[in-house]
Ligand binder design. Structure first.
Ligand code: TZP
Ligand code: MG
Length: 209
């Protein structure tokens, strides 16, 4: 059985503008070569049909890597593209509805920013939690107040679900992320916005500390 906690170790979230330098597929391919272990297609301004096209291209590029691909916000696109799953936020469709659409075997991730939302997440419905934002970030302009590494540790302590920290994280933060007890680190600009996405991914020494 695949170990989701291990797959969450270095989680890449794509950003259409930041990936434009090398192109989406090349950026992701290079990042996976550098050690990225999970990919989320996040294309905020795209239509469902555009997301399906992007996801199909990414899915083809990821064949044989064992790296899961999920789509942010758009469960319909995830179903249509038949990727590994979807990631939703508190303002998206409910986890129960997302699970019903995805079926039992796909991966469902849920963003949680507060103790209340972490405690409300049903491990029978949701496979993993995205926790944050840990630090401030320019990548997501409407993010909630950063929780810091102490806040991250408090959220991690409230859940037995696999989880990944997100928000303003760079390779230099890896020790603090793992010290807080998170299973992994989700990044956008630390990899997508870099000239060499493979080298940027390699900077994340993937030894759990
Ligand atoms: N959700 C919370 S913060 C964030 C998302 C998608 C953006 C993180 O971007 P970066 O560039 O890794 O700080
Ligand atoms: Mg969302």
């Amino acid at each position: 059985m695949t170990d989701l906690r291990a797959q969450l170790r270095l989680y890449l979230v794509t950003d259409t503008a930041l990936c434009s330098h090398h192109g989406l597929v090349q950026t992701v391919q290079q990042a996976v070569d550098g050690g990225v272990s999970f990919v989320q297609l996040r294309a905020k301004d795209a239509t469902t049909s555009e997301r399906v096209d992007m996801a199909c291209a990414l899915k083809a590029a990821l064949v044989g890597t064992g790296v899961p691909l999920v789509i942010n916000d758009d469960v319909a696109a995830a179903v249509k593209a038949d990727v590994d799953g979807a990631h939703i936020g508190q303002g998206d469709i409910s986890p129960e509805r997302a699970r019903a659409l995805l079926g039992p075997d796909k991966i469902l991730g849920l963003s949680c920013e507060t103790p209340r939302t972490v405690q409300a997440a049903d491990p029978g419905v949701v496979d993993y939690l995205g926790l944050g934002p840990v630090l401030g970030t320019a990548t997501k302009t409407d993010h909630a107040t950063p929780i810091g590494f102490d806040g991250l540790a408090r959220l991690v302590a409230l859940t037995s679900s696999p989880n990944v920290a997100i928000g303003g994280l760079k390779a230099v933060h890896q020790a603090q992320v793992f010290a807080a007890g998170a299973d992994g680190q989700a990044v956008v600009s630390a990899i997508c916005g870099q000239n060499d996405p493979k080298a940027a991914a390699q900077e994340f020494n993937q030894t759990k500390v």
